[in-house]
Design a protein around this ligand. Structure first.
Ligand SMILES: NC(=O)c1ccc[n+]([C@@H]2O[C@H](COP(=O)([O-])OP(=O)(O)OC[C@H]3O[C@@H](n4cnc5c(N)ncnc54)[C@H](OP(=O)(O)O)[C@@H]3O)[C@@H](O)[C@H]2O)c1
Length: 291
């Protein structure tokens, strides 16, 4: 039996897979709290969902997830909204936002941008929303990873690729970090809370992600390659599926594709790597997770 969540937070809900997920869940009566980095795109996304589903309860917040200050402010705004309007309870957090950058970009916190947006922002936002997730009987933290995690390891000696930056290496590492975070989250919290974490591989999807922060060859390549990808709506199905099944029997099934658990890379299953990344992420965010 499927039980839809009542309230869901989705980052990167202004385009691609995040927007498609928000539209699909709103149409099924779920309260949507979306986040995006652009005011105008947030307004457009909210208007689109309201036009499609007039009864939808949908709220968008603007936050640049490259900034930890803005991630904390987003967490605070969402907590305030959920306390006021949604009974103080969050059922699902979907860490979906991600960016690709051709060149090295340092965030205001001094971190490499892809590592900051694609991994640290989800790590910190999950921490910020933990008290609300703990109020739900069956909460989920779903992080959108990628098949590109198979082809890499953590670059411990220079996690931010400060010395030799290469866009795809930084991207792949950030998607591996999504899986290590998911695994370590479950190790620390699954037995002492009602929250379970899952990671999703959406497959190749026809979105603009690889063309936004790039130019030249990478942009050209992505524009050609993405055309053979599935639609964002198709990719959103696995995320929507994971929000709605009440109990997933396979405790170890953390990585999902096409609504089925799939085997992640051997490296992503390394307990030492997951624990090490968790500790580093806590330091880089200035937090300590306590269930
Ligand atoms: N497309 C694929 O083939 C593919 C394959 C594997 C995994 N994925 C994963 O799927 C997820 C969604 O990607 P997508 O393909 O749907 O790409 P997308 O259409 O570009 O969506 C990414 C979302 O993240 C937002 N975002 C980017 N940087 C941000 C920042 N600094 N602060 C706040 N929001 C930010 C974007 O905002 P804007 O709308 O303003 O750009 C957008 O809403 C990502 O985690 C990606 O790694 C995608």
């Amino acid at each position: 039996m499927t039980v839809l969540p009542k309230t869901v937070v989705i980052t990167g809900a202004t385009s691609g897979i995040g927007l498609a997920t928000a539209r699909s869940l709103a149409a099924q009566g779920v309260n949507i709290i979306g986040a995006g980095r652009s005011q105008s795109r947030c307004v457009e996304a909210e208007a689109l969902i309201r036009a499609e589903t007039p009864a939808a309860r949908v709220n968008y917040f603007v936050a640049d997830l490259a900034s930890q200050r803005q991630v904390r402010a987003l967490g605070s705004a969402i907590r305030e909204l959920i306390q006021r309007e949604f009974g103080g309870k969050l059922d699902v957090l979907i860490n979906n936002a991600a960016a690709v950058s051709d060149w090295y970009v340092a965030t205001e916190d001094g971190y490499e941008m892809q590592f900051a947006v694609n991994h640290l922002a989800g790590f910190l936002l999950t921490y910020e929303l933990l008290p609300l997730l703990e109020m739900s009987a069956c909460a989920r933290v779903i992080t959108v990873s990628s098949g590109s995690h198979y082809h890499t390891r953590m670059h411990w000696q220079d996690l931010m690729y400060r010395k030799h930056y290469f866009c795809l290496s930084a991207y792949k590492q950030s998607k591996l970090a999504n899986l290590l975070f998911t695994r370590e989250f479950n190790r620390r919290l699954a037995d002492v809370s009602n929250i379970r974490a899952y990671a999703v591989d959406p497959g190749l999807v026809n979105t603009e992600i690889g063309a936004k922060g790039t130019g030249g060859l990478i942009q050209w390549f992505w524009n050609i390659r993405s055309r053979s990808g599935i639609s964002p709506a198709e990719a959103a199905k696995t995320i929507v599926y994971l929000t709605a099944i009440p109990d997933i029997p396979q405790k170890e099934a953390v990585y999902w594709k096409e609504c089925r658990p799939v085997e992640p890379s051997q490296y992503s299953k390394r307990a030492d790597a997951a624990a090490r990344l968790w500790e580093i992420s806590e330091q880089l965010c200035g937090i300590v997770y306590t269930p």
